[in-house]
Design a protein around this ligand. Structure first.
Ligand code: GRF
Length: 212
């Protein structure tokens, strides 16, 4: 059975969705860069080991990433799962976990990488928004895409209502992506493409607003 380590910085709702999804893997630990991350308590309630590696204890990004790598590798994970982990990682860290490091981002990448994704989507008036699970590469929020979910942007949406609609889908697609990975149904190949093994594909059209 594969082993995974989840990294968080705060609320931990994606982590919780993963812990409750009965994934075909062992969740070896949850590691936070903040001692006050609410997600740490949720992990403990689920009986999962937790650890804190505070970025404040290190002089620079490089030394923090080395300490973080050490803490992660103590659990010998097959995959490292970023779930609301709010630190930019060094190229060395990312290279160390090539093909094993995944992230969830609250937009339909490559649109709206970075922060404040829902406010920016509302400002631009896009009609479809969503979330993405992707392999992490040194190019921030631009790694090879594993799965996306799209939601409509409704006329009266606020940043909060849109964020809640997207978050609901995050909680569905992250467990799906991890299920595929842990069962060996997808992988990142040498050329940096996501390969699906034996998956049937269906074609649909998404409209928002719907057609009449
Ligand atoms: C999520 O929207 C995730 O996509 C983004 O940060 C947020 C974390 O939320 N990277 P949570 O800590 O999982 O509740």
């Amino acid at each position: 059975m594969k082993n995974i380590v989840i990294l968080i910085s705060g609320r931990g709702s994606n982590m919780q969705a993963l812990l409750e999804a009965q994934l075909p893997c062992r969740i070896a630990a949850v590691i936070s860069n903040r001692a006050d991350a609410e997600g740490l308590d949720i992990a403990k309630e689920h009986g999962v080991s937790t650890a804190v590696v505070s970025h404040r204890d290190y002089a620079d990004r490089g030394s923090f990433d080395i300490a973080l790598t050490k803490a992660i590798d103590a659990y010998r994970p097959d995959f490292v799962v970023l779930a609301g982990f709010m630190r930019i990682l060094t190229a060395d860290f990312v290279a160390h976990y090539r093909g094993r490091l995944v992230n969830i981002h609250p937009s339909l990448l490559p649109s709206y990488g970075g922060l404040n994704t829902h406010a920016r989507a509302l400002h631009d008036g896009v009609k479809i928004h969503g979330c993405t699970v992707h392999f992490v590469t040194p190019d921030l929020d631009h790694g090879p895409i594993i799965i996306q979910a799209a939601v409509p942007v409704l006329y009266h949406d606020t940043e909060q209502t849109l964020a809640a609609r997207v978050l609901n889908e995050e909680h569905r697609i992250y467990p799906q992506a991890m299920r595929w990975l842990c069962k060996g149904q997808i992988e990142l190949n040498e050329s940096g493409k996501v390969v699906f093994h034996n998956r049937k594909q269906t074609s649909h059209t998404l409209f928002s607003p719907g057609l009449e």
